[in-house]
Design a protein around this ligand. Sequence first.
Ligand code: KG4
Ligand code: ZN
Length: 339
Amino acid sequence: MAGAILGLETSCDDTAAAVVGDDLTVLSNVVSRQLDVHARYGGIVPEVASRVHVSEVIPTISSALDQAGVEGRELRAIAVTRGPGLIGSLLVGVSVAKALALVWGKPVIGVNHLEGHLASALLAKEEVEYPCLVLLVSGGHSLMVRMSAPGAYTVLGSTRDDSAGEAYDKVARLLGLGFPGGPVLDRLAAKGVADIDLPRPMIRNGLDFSFSGLKTAVATHVRKNPRYVVENVAASFVAAVMDVLRAKLALALDSQEFRSVTVVGGVAASPILRSHLEDLEERRDIKVILPPLAYTTDNAAMIAAAGWHLYTTQGGDSLDFGADPKMPLPQQTATATGR
Ligand code: KG4
Ligand code: ZN
């Protein structure tokens, strides 16, 4: 299929547009982050996020098209995140995608945000071999998924409460470190010693996750030890999260046959997690896929990549689809159509 797909992502606080060409070559990947806007509130304010999307979305799309050297009318199709996410934010992307599809006479494809994260593995330089074990760890989700082909997923485990990224963000907030928590806690952890005894929730208990007890344990520790060393708290917290993620990956790899393994979503930016994955390649006979950092946190290249697959197998959607803030990951076969 010749041509390029415009991806559009506005499900949370990042306005993102990307152009992906043949063989999933990323021609541009533009992300306008709203971090400063929300920092003063200590977290994302949905109404503020959707208003910023309204002002950012057209300039972001223009930059993505310019950087790719592609005109709107030359596109093959437009792929847009339709859920899960914040309803006001999703509506901005879905409405703009449909309007541009009408103006340019292009098909539009509604993409599940989680499916987008899974598709980020397809943007790595290593080719995915199936079945692939995918650990999706983001701010909104922690999922262990068996991907037997692009578009064919089985969820093996998910979080019972907070996601891994949410735990990072809540711990950073209680330590007064701002938002998002991942990068700052990783930086501090590298300078600290993991000398605090924190729980590893559900570490030996199947493939589901639970991180809220860990966050509470950090809160209790800092309340009882007001002279805590922040680097050591960060190191202890990160060590606990990583122990759990490593143990779950090992359990999944022991329980079924996989030909490759990958980690996607914002927490996949963690250097500790990335180096653990590299170790796995040596210790087990399995191919490791490491999506470039730019495709771990929210971006539109991954939405365009998922859109390619959906478009080539199922064609465009009719224009009556809406935003779906609670959209689950479609667990389907590669050729099924029930979107
Ligand atoms: O995938 P993402 O951009 O958004 C969602 O779909 O949720 O993930 C954002 C999450 C935040 O919770 C952030 O703290 C976390 O990813 N994160 C990290 C790192 N960079 C971002 N967590 C651990 N280490 C990092 N370096
Ligand atoms: Zn995401």
